[in-house]
Design a protein around this ligand. Sequence first.
Ligand code: AMP
Length: 377
Amino acid sequence: MTARPILPGAIIGVLGSGQLGRMFAIAARRMGYRVHTYSPDEDTPTGQVADLEITGAYDDLDRVREFARGVSAVTFEFENVPAATAAAAAECAPVRPTGEVLHTTQHRLREKTFLSNAGIPVATFSAVNSPDEVRAALLRQGYPAILKSADFGYDGKGQARIDRRENVDQAWKEAGASTAVLESFVPFEREVSVVAARGLDGAFVHYGVIENDHKRRILDLSIAPAHVSAKTEADAIDIARTILDKLGVVGVLCVEFFVLPDGSLVVNELAPRPHNSGHLTFDACVTSQFEQQLRAVCGLPLGSTERLCPAAMANLLGDLWCKAEPDWVAACAHPNVKLHLYGKLEPRPGRKMGHLTALGPDALAQVLAARDSLAHS
Ligand code: AMP
């Protein structure tokens, strides 16, 4: 039995208050919904555009219940909320996707175990609890390898590459975890992602394969369509469908992949929410990933994911602010480039402050030219 849809006019609750919640709130308000956001912070990217910003700790479960009682459904834009928070919210309103999806995807070891049990290719990995266990795993797996904290860190933190036995103690300190995953280094040719959505009725849609370029382990550029063969594209979409179905996702989930030189795929990680690589859908697709999240969470039919033209997205990190305020006028002089800023109050190196999207056959060149012009004040 499918639950009745939640209709425009209803209030949707968002756990977390960053840029993903902001773009979700913009999409939701456009369709006549109201949005309440809950996080420990004030004057947040989501709160600035939501109808109500509630400031509270994630472990203040009474406050979380009160927040959930005031909305028709709860979703999240930040997957590291504690399981108890999602469970408390679920006592008072439907939480979509469920706390179980969060539980699996917020912990690398659980996520990788789920993927490998589902027969999905992942890098060779071992669970490790001490530098000695890392050394033992390296004997089996070989070099190079990447040590990652099992609990997700923020902004690419909690990771260290190991090229030699002598690096192990330092890497263990850098990962800063008591439980970690030692992953073999994947000699990939490119990185891609599939952003997909699954409705309350099990309907599945996807945005095709998007190509991603990272700098300092942070996403820098996304380009759609990706430069991959038809077979790689079909395989990536099949894998995404399997993952969303097996997890029973109601909402949006992004699968990040490594593409090997022979076109085969290895899944790197999952994000059970709209994803930075899908930001270009906001300007380039009939239904953005944020509207799709809203539709799924509300039990509405999913919208068309058709991309109207090629698109490219460039992130704007806080580093751009280091000398002076970026030259917004110069960026706006590129008429096919759309500027998105998240309303964050403090620019810091590595902090995602906004992005640019360009549309058309030369989207990548345009978005890079616009970003370059920001620094030329
Ligand atoms: P993650 O936070 O796991 O997505 O890692 C951030 C970035 O580090 C990835 O997008 C890759 O560029 C790189 N990376 C992570 N894991 C591996 C791996 N096993 N092999 C090669 N590169 C990796």
